[in-house]
Design a protein around this ligand. Structure first.
Ligand code: HDD
Length: 699
């Protein structure tokens, strides 16, 4: 197969983008868009009298160009997934999958394939908050040597609906209601839950979105799934169905709901900044890449239909084979031409990969290409971020708004007398569709197995830990409490009884539904692997990239502060000093420290852990309401809390844990519910091991 010389260069896309990149640092003079230097960009050309008053002239071509460009700066936001952020990276293959596919990207282990990932929320508009309860998009564009391969996935492995024709309905139902455009970035409203009741096929998915999966701590700490079923074709022409998985090295972690709500106001860009800062600091997020593979002939041997996107393939039946890794290692240079203009298509596949008859995927294959035309124009694939790194050429696809490629030659059709732009045979790398046999009657119908909607929803709920189940009950309660139409919240609580009777009773009580007495569908308690996110803790807790606040006021213990700060920095934590004032706080021993924030400028919600060193500063801190709230709020949000010396009795009393006795001076280190206290050497607190994502993971 013909390959591209770029195939071994992980930053091949970076090199490609340099052709279109200019650097604003280059002190180049300001010009109009047609290249003429501008002498005065700050005043409109006017006819003025001696007092310098007078009318502005339409003649001012420089002002008109500036205003006109500004007037047209906005393009339509994505109709879904409008809010998002992206980064560059690479895909590294560790094990060839040549037994199942001919795709170079999945068989050539010497390659590093450049890629771009865009993470997103679904419901909110472009300016909405990052931490809302929602599915997260996980869209990957791999610039492979044989063309772009897009995996347009989510952080949840299933979807609401089975047939693409229902997509406009489900999206209209979740988007702000038509009469008043309320609410923004939320599914907590009548229309969404009305739709959910009307379509029992959503039942599995709505268990996932009411779980902690829908409020991730970070884009770096969530799984990715291709969701739809694709095909892989090997050299012998045999087909396997496949589902793609991305499993984060850092584990799967979530916020708690109260935290998510507050961060939405305190820092609406929380996830966007988190990703950018980690990459900037060289802590590159990584995901293992895996595939679930099913030989074509097995497709009818399950109680569910493997082509139904509302179902997972249980790992007990179809294990995940991990064969590679993606890493994100470079932030974008400019948001608009890269993150905003990147455009994904499920139909972008490369030879060796093919579609399946999954009716959701079939519709998606139409929709993505189509939507890019209205958002970016017909030449959207020519935009620098979207164009392939391998050679590409079509004599026929040309012209249209925004075309800038110049194609030399006398013909724009095929075949032509010059034999210019010939197609490639399969041996030359030409894409050949899998020769699937088809026959049947033309009908609007889905296979019978698509009609079963509750089994996997029950298995998902059964597989959660008690804490996760409690969060699901609270999430349903929050959402349905926001519905003021009794038809909506009563029906939905009744529906929940088909999943779990206790869940339905709790929600009914909270939101005013009728308490169900029996379940319409017996729950036999079946559980499965890979559903509770607690299964995805990293093997060793890692504190790297976790945000740790150190709280200070005047007369803090300098030695404890600096040793802890240094120890945290050495472990890669992002350490922030919070002080009574940003002009500076002074240690007992006289040293001055300039904090990153003062108490009212930051909040406990923006950090994963907090440390309070000893020192006389505790007396001042005890009079500070924000400080006191910080400790109790951190505890309520299940965060790691550490304190030493004078801070110990304060922290223990503040938290009011019956198990934690007020420590005596000189007593050993203590750990209880993620609170670590001790006397003497501050750094030894870290050895207790709770100050890391494992503690947060339970949140
Ligand atoms: Fe979609 C965007 C993921 C079903 C139609 N979708 C979009 C994005 C993601 C997904 C991650 C954002 C891409 C980006 O960052 O630019 N969509 C999914 C998943 C689905 C799914 C995992 C179920 C398996 N989508 C789906 C259906 C349809 C669409 C059934 C239509 C029939 N999706 C679109 C779209 C969007 C989109 C309207 C809006 C912006 C875009 O495509 O590029 O075409």
């Amino acid at each position: 197969m013909a390959t591209n010389p770029n195939s071994k260069i992980a930053d091949g896309k970076h090199a490609d983008l340099q052709k279109d990149t200019v650097d604003i640092q280059d002190k180049q003079h300001m010009t109009t868009d047609h290249g003429v230097r501008i002498s005065n960009p700050d005043q409109w050309l006017r006819v003025v009298d001696e007092k310098k008053t007078g009318s502005s002239l339409l003649e001012d071509q420089i002002a008109r160009e500036k205003i006109t460009r500004f007037d047209h700066e906005r393009i339509p936001e994505r109709v879904v997934h409008a809010r998002g952020t992206g980064a560059f990276g690479k895909f590294k293959l560790y094990e060839s999958a040549e037994d199942v596919t001919t795709a170079g990207v999945l068989t050539d282990t010497s390659r590093e394939t450049p890629l771009f990932v865009r993470f997103s929320t679904v419901q909110g508009s472009k300016g909405s908050a990052d931490t809302v309860r929602d599915v997260r998009g996980f869209a990957i564009k791999m610039y492979t040597a044989e063309g772009n391969w897009d995996i347009v996935g989510n952080n949840i492995p299933v979807f609401f609906i089975q047939d693409a024709i229902k997509f406009p309905d489900v999206i209209h139902s979740v988007k702000p209601e038509p009469q008043n455009e309320v609410p923004q970035g939320q599914s907590a409203h009548n229309n969404f839950w009305d739709f959910q009741y009307m379509h029992s096929e959503v039942t599995h998915m709505n268990q996932w979105i009411m779980s902690d999966r829908a409020i991730p701590r970070s884009f770096r700490m969530m799984q990715g799934f291709g969701v739809n079923t694709f095909s892989l074709i090997n050299k012998a022409g045999k087909r396997h169905f496949v589902k793609f998985h991305f499993t984060p090295e850092l584990g799967v972690h979530s916020l708690v709901w109260d935290e998510a709500l507050k961060i939405g106001g305190q820092d609406p860009d929380f996830h966007r900044k988190d990703l950018g800062e980690a990459i900037e600091a060289g802590h590159f997020p990584r995901w293992k890449f895996g595939m679930q593979l099913m030989p074509e002939e097995k497709v009818d041997s399950f109680e569910f239909d493997p082509l139904d996107a509302t179902k997972v393939w249980p790992e007990e039946l179809v294990p995940i084979r991990y064969i590679g890794e993606i890493e994100l290692n470079r932030n974008v240079d400019e948001f608009f031409p890269q993150t905003e203009q990147v455009a994904f298509c499920t139909s972008h596949i490369v030879p060796g990969i093919d579609f399946s008859d999954d009716p959701l995927l079939q519709g998606r294959n139409f929709s993505y290409f189509d939507t890019q035309i209205s958002r970016l124009g017909p030449n959207w694939e020519e935009l620098p971020i979207n164009r392939p790194v391998c050679p590409y050429m079509s004599l026929v696809n040309r012209d249209g708004q925004g075309r800038h490629r110049i194609t030399k030659g006398k013909v724009n059709y095929w075949p032509n007398r010059f034999e210019a732009n010939p197609p490639a045979t399969a041996e030359q790398g030409g894409f050949v569709s899998y020769p699937q046999k088809q026959q049947g009657a033309k009908k609007r119908a889905l296979s019978d197995k698509f009609k079963e909607h509750f089994n996997q929803a029950q298995v998902f709920y059964n597989s959660l830990s008690p804490i996760e189940k409690m969060h699901v009950a609270k999430a349903f309660s929050f959402e349905l409490d926001h519905c003021d139409d009794p038809v909506v919240y009563k029906r939905m609580t009744e529906r929940l009884s088909a999943i779990d009777l206790d869940l339905a009773k709790t929600v009914a009580k909270n939101v005013g539904g009728d308490t169900p007495l029996k379940s319409p569908k017996e729950n036999k308690g079946k559980k499965a692997k890979g559903l509770s996110q607690l299964e995805f803790m990293p093997e060793k807790p890692i504190i790297a990239t976790r945000r740790v606040a150190i709280l200070l006021a005047d007369e803090f213990d300098f030695n404890q502060y600096t040793t802890m700060k240094q120890a945290l920095n050495e472990r890669g934590a992002f350490v922030f000093t919070i002080g009574a004032q940003r002009q500076g706080v002074t240690a007992e021993s006289g040293q001055k420290v300039i904090p990153d924030h003062f108490y009212s400028g930051a909040r406990s919600t923006l950090f994963d852990a907090v440390y309070v060193p000893g020192g006389k500063h505790i007396q001042a801190l005890l009079k500070n309401g924000v400080f006191k709230h910080w400790i109790s709020e951190s505890f309520a949000h299940l965060k790691a809390i550490a304190g030493s010396n004078e801070a110990v009795p304060f922290i223990e009393k503040r938290i009011g844990l019956p198990e934690v006795e007020v420590a005596q001076s000189g007593s050993p280190l203590k750990e209880s519910y993620g609170v670590v206290t001790g006397y003497g050497d501050a750094v030894s607190l870290l050895k207790v091991g709770t100050v890391g994502p494992d503690a947060k993971g339970l949140a």
